[in-house]
Design a protein around this ligand. Sequence first.
Ligand SMILES: *[C@@H]1O[C@H](CO)[C@@H](O)[C@H](O)[C@H]1NC(C)=O
Ligand SMILES: *[C@@H]1O[C@H](CO)[C@@H](O)[C@H](O)[C@H]1NC(C)=O
Length: 422
Amino acid sequence: MRIIATVCLSFFLLFSSTNGTPCPNGYTQFNGGDCFKTVRFMAFPETANQAEMACGDGGLLASIHNKEENDMVPKMACTDYPPETVFEKILGLRCWGKDCEWDDGSEVDYINFFPGYELMDDGVQRCFDLNDNGGHWYPRNDHCSSQKGCWLCRVKAKTFDCLDGETEYKGGCVSVHSTPVNQTTAESSCPDGGHLVSVHSGDENAFYQRLASSSGISGSFYLGGFSTDGEEWIDQTHFNFWNFAKNFPNSVFGDCIQMMLSTEFGNQGQWTNIDCLTKLPYLCFRDGRTPTIPTTTTKLPTTTVQKPLANPKCDPIQTFEHSGVVYSPNYPFSIPAKQTCEYLLGTDRGTQASVKFSSYNCTSGTKLSLFDSLDSTEPFATFTFTPPSSSRVYSATSNVLKMSFEASYPVGNGWQADFFGL
Ligand SMILES: *[C@@H]1O[C@H](CO)[C@@H](O)[C@H](O)[C@H]1NC(C)=O
Ligand SMILES: *[C@@H]1O[C@H](CO)[C@@H](O)[C@H](O)[C@H]1NC(C)=O
């Protein structure tokens, strides 16, 4: 019996060791570890998420953890791009002042800023380019708008083979379970130490969406997270990507998260929160070494906002009543380009609708206009890169103030304003 088992096992290992390369197509394994690739800018990259869509195969903008990895980066060619014309290779680092965080949630255990560039102004610094022989990093502002560059992507290498019915992904295996169960049962039923899937980029979201649809799931399925905990997914990876449909999450609907394959509450692939007792199909991911990503030890200050306060995409017209706070799309992260948002701020009758800006980081690719009333077509104030005075209150003569915000290309992390009646 023992002998048979051993023979079978050896046969299995022999067979599996010949099965494929450790990296997804286009990626190269570095030093027997993770896989890397470069993706050149096809146009102005608009958001980090757009870059991550370009990475593909679950890759995220790369983190760098030691000198060897850093030395390798300047040598990596950018696909289809003559190396001498590449000025920058962009990493997946974001900094709020001196607190930095990698997109993949891994520990910030190595840095190589060009001397003098470590101290940055407050505000989100999104792009770090390497463009000299020392492999130094230069913080850039949020927009990463140079066309002479490319993104550096990183994904885990495959270390074992998936079973029949599982799909290889991010160095691990995804399984689809179409029998609906509640969320606790779903999580505990994930095979081999796996967990309900976590989502870290639009690319990964689209991957699970396609996989679920092609496996015959039609309504929705569980993701491995809680809408009440924006820090970590159940698999302890970093909650760095936000894809809730408009009006969600809303605490009245429950604490668990589902991805929708229907369009009832938003776009296909968007999420809503839902009661955890709801019975739903689910997807699991296992990589044989969960948690995949070491938890961040460089904690950001608790005041740092990690989730956008506004949807990345605005509705053409949004209405707000009485008083409150309004934001540019995706605030406080970079403004997605090519959209115009209109805000109708209605305060109580008899008052003058007013706004006061508590933050404004935009440049000439954007235009914010304030109008006196609903039907006014001539703005009484317009801002591009010169911010509104932070101490000044801008008031309409009526109780309706109309604001229009146009972003032709994304620069800065936007604005936040309080509105109220005076
Ligand atoms: C989830 O479903 C399982 C199996 O049906 C059940 O035993 C368990 O009580 C349910 N969980 C909750 C919190 O109701
Ligand atoms: C940019 O944003 C940061 C915080 O996000 C703020 O401290 C700073 O004052 C803003 N800059 C301008 C010019 O408003």
